[in-house]
Design a protein around this ligand. Structure first.
Ligand code: ADP
Ligand code: MG
Length: 704
């Protein structure tokens, strides 16, 4: 069969999607379920019973033996516990069963998932609850075929123990406020506004054999040692370069897996760093996009493994070349199919668009620290604010056209024109006429308007996109609320709305920056504007529980104070644990691999000096001697740095849990790690390759 025909056939075959539901459910049940999915209406248990049965029949026909409530605890990855469909029947037989209750509710033990104190205060009991807005799917692996039911995960008292529940709450909050605004604009046919999300996923592929020889990659996902090879990314020859055969085979298999799961895998290309690639799907509703992105990450690892490769999703697997991010493309769409961030041809006349744009500007300016935190994890500390894209300071790129309109609004109170893109002049007549966009791109902005959506570029490659989108939805919902409050009081709507847009952009224009986000001038300028420059994850965590953040999240019904406090705790814990594992891995590698190898090397140098001298009296052994001296100095430095790191790790363990310990890890342990890396990387440049105990950067980055 031709590949394209196959694609049409396989797309979504492992998903219990709307088509399957329409086919297999009684009409009444289907209609009732659709009402819950589309409008959030409460689900009748009788409906669940019928759905469960149809779902089971479908899954069993496709070879499933088990089902699982698939959920997203605060580890940032997914969790599942499999139950088989079997139930005893008379005469030693079994039947396959799956009830509505089993579909709706699961009860995994919550005590082994991070809960940041929620567990201590409340019960260990946790429940998973069916999220029917994201379709169930089948997962096929060595365990067989399993029916996966996307669920939310909550404690006995209803606190969210996961990333999905707050995301769903934030989607409701955003919808409520956006609908309110749209009704004021006269769009009374709109009943729901959803947020659309398209996450671009960056990743590295390395050879599995080599990967398995690097404990740092295995335990921490990144290299903790490694000197730069003679060639890095300076030639820019990898970006969009032709795709190597082995990588192409990986991409092909990955696409097939994803298409079967209904993931709209669309774009694939080589990224800037050697061995780095990207996959972008077509956007979907935030909730589904989040589930799909988890599946993308999972499939990448699985398929790589099958193909003798290892997929690295860490934000900074290699020092000295670009790290990986996840550009979170985000917009708002009405249930009547209108993208609220689409400016149209003449944006200055599009008051509704300008209103929503102003709300996003206000939200991002007022809660920049929360957005920064939502993109923080230990790995992303190596990117944000560490000489790499994007900078840690949040600013927004709007482009020439929109900035011009806002300028007009600010200075004249109205906007009269929209700059247009014009024709693209290539100087070649045979090239067809191309219309230019009104605005060029800006690659350095952490939050860029890209035509009909915003692209939040800070998110780390390994992170769940639930967190960033929860924050984004909530802060925009809250900005819309405040603006709608004001509009509702207005006597003359048309006048009031323009006035409010003008006021909002005037108050928040400091966040708009169209220049080079990497430059030193911007750093100084941002400081002058009073924009926060939150340099690390540990520095970002306290903003989550700042009084105004708590009030906003509670007002929008997204997080309670308790839930926020628990998340702050979890963040500290995650940071401390990650650095602790990295430090211990470095200690292990330095003491058991690098230092012994270097000692052997020094011995061979010493032996050579003696042997040469013995063979020819007065022979010149200055090369060996110089090497031996250099190596010995670096070896001594390594040993000293190693002892120091060991001591710091011991001290860290007795620090008070939470902020104190995390800060110690950040300030003391992390810097001690850098001091150990330095002499060992220097040794790698000197020591004979044949005695070097692990594959080098050159081996990992260029030999796939
Ligand atoms: P770029 O190189 O411009 O970043 P890509 O094609 O790599 O472009 O990725 C753009 C992403 O944005 C895709 O996932 C795409 O589906 C998504 N996207 C496009 N329109 C919207 C929208 N209205 N809302 C959310 N995401 C969108
Ligand atoms: Mg992009």
């Amino acid at each position: 069969m031709a590949e394209n025909e196959r694609l049409m056939d396989i797309f979504g075959i492992d998903v219990f999607n709307e088509t399957v539901m329409a086919e297999r459910l009684p009409k009444k049940t289907f209609v009732a379920l659709k009402k819950t999915i589309d409008n959030g209406e409460e689900l009748d248990p009788m409906v669940a019973e019928v759905v469960a049965n149809a779902m089971k029949d479908w899954a069993i026909e496709k070879g499933a033996t088990h089902f699982t409530h698939w959920f997203q605890p605060m580890t940032g990855v997914t969790a599942e516990k499999h139950d088989s469909f079997i139930s005893p029947a008379p005469a030693g037989k079994i039947i396959m069963e799956f009830s509505g209750k089993e579909l709706i509710k699961g009860e995994p033990d919550a005590s082994s998932f991070p809960s940041g104190g929620l567990r201590a205060t409340f019960e260990a009991r946790g429940y998973t609850a069916w999220d029917c807005t994201s379709p169930a799917f089948l997962k096929e692996d060595a365990a067989g075929v399993t029916l996966c039911i996307p669920t939310a995960f909550c404690s006995y008292t209803g606190e969210a123990l996961d990333k999905k529940t707050p995301l769903l709450r934030s989607m409701e909050a955003l919808s409520k406020q956006a609908v309110r605004v749209l009704h004021l604009f006269g769009d009374t046919d709109v009943t729901n506004v959803s947020c659309s999300v398209g996450p671009e996923q960056e990743y590295f592929l390395v050879d599995k054999e080599k990967y398995l020889k690097r404990e740092d990659l295995i335990f921490t996902g990144r290299t903790l040692f490694g000197a730069m090879p003679p060639k890095g990314q300076e030639m820019d020859d990898h970006y969009f370069g032709s795709i190597k055969e082995r990588v192409a085979a990986f991409m092909k298999e990955l696409n097939t897996e994803l298409w079967k799961l209904g993931v709209l895998a669309k774009t694939q290309h080589n990224e800037v760093a050697p061995a780095q690639h990207e996959l972008a799907p077509i956007y979907a509703t935030a909730n589904i996009a989040t589930d799909h992105n988890q599946l993308v990450m999972e499939c990448m690892k699985k398929v790589a493994n099958r193909q003798g490769l290892a997929c690295l999703l860490h934000e900074k697997p290699f020092a000295g070349v670009n790290g990986s991010g996840k550009h979170d493309n985000w917009s708002m769409v009405t249930d009547t199919g209108k993208n609220l961030l689409n400016p149209g041809k003449v944006p200055h006349e599009n008051t509704k668009f300008l209103f929503f744009l102003a709300a996003v500007i206000k939200a991002v300016d007022e809660h920049a620290e929360l957005l920064r935190l939502s993109a923080s994890n230990p790995g992303n500390d190596h990117r944000l604010g560490a000489n790499e894209a994007p900078p840690a300071i949040i600013s927004m790129f709007l482009g020439e056209q929109l900035e011009d309109i806002l300028e007009q609004l600010i200075s004249n109170g109205t906007a009269a024109t929209s700059k247009q893109g014009g024709k693209l002049l290539t100087g070649v007549h045979s090239i067809p006429y191309i219309k230019k966009d009104a605005t060029d791109r800006n690659r350095t902005s952490p939050f860029a308007f890209t035509g009909n959506k915003f692209e939040f570029r800070m998110v780390g490659s390994s992170m769940s996109i639930a967190g960033p989108n929860t924050v984004l939805n909530t802060i925009v919902a809250d900005a819309l609320r405040e603006m709608a409050d004001e509009l509702e009081k207005a006597k003359d709507f048309d006048k009031a709305v323009i006035k409010l847009i003008k006021k909002t952009v005037t108050e928040h224009k400091r966040i708009v920056f169209n220049g080079n986000g990497y430059s030193d001038e911007w750093l100084a300028e941002a400081e002058k504007r009073g924009l926060p420059n939150v340099k690390s994850m540990v520095e970002a965590i306290p903003y989550l529980v700042r009084e105004d953040s708590v009030e906003m999240f509670e007002r929008q019904g997204v997080y309670t104070r308790t839930e926020l406090e628990s998340r702050a705790e979890i963040n500290y814990e995650i940071y401390s644990k990650a650095i602790n594992i990295e430090a211990k891995t470095m200690i292990e590698m330095a003491s058991k691999l690098y230092i012994p190898a270097v000692i052997k090397y020094t011995k061979s140098l010493a032996d050579s000096i003696l042997a040469v001298k013995g063979a020819v009296s007065g022979a010149d052994v200055s090369v060996q001697e110089e090497l031996l001296t250099k190596t010995s100095v670096l070896l001594a430095q390594s040993q000293k740095a190693l002892s120091d790191l060991k001591e710091k790790v011991v001290t860290a363990a007795v620090k008070e849990e939470g902020a104190v310990r995390a800060n110690y890890f950040h300030e003391e342990v992390f810097t001690a790690m850098a001091r150990l890396r330095e002499p060992i990387d220097a040794l790698e440049m000197i020591v004979d390759k044949s005695v070097w105990p692990v594959p080098t950067y050159g081996d990992l980055l260029f030999e796939v």
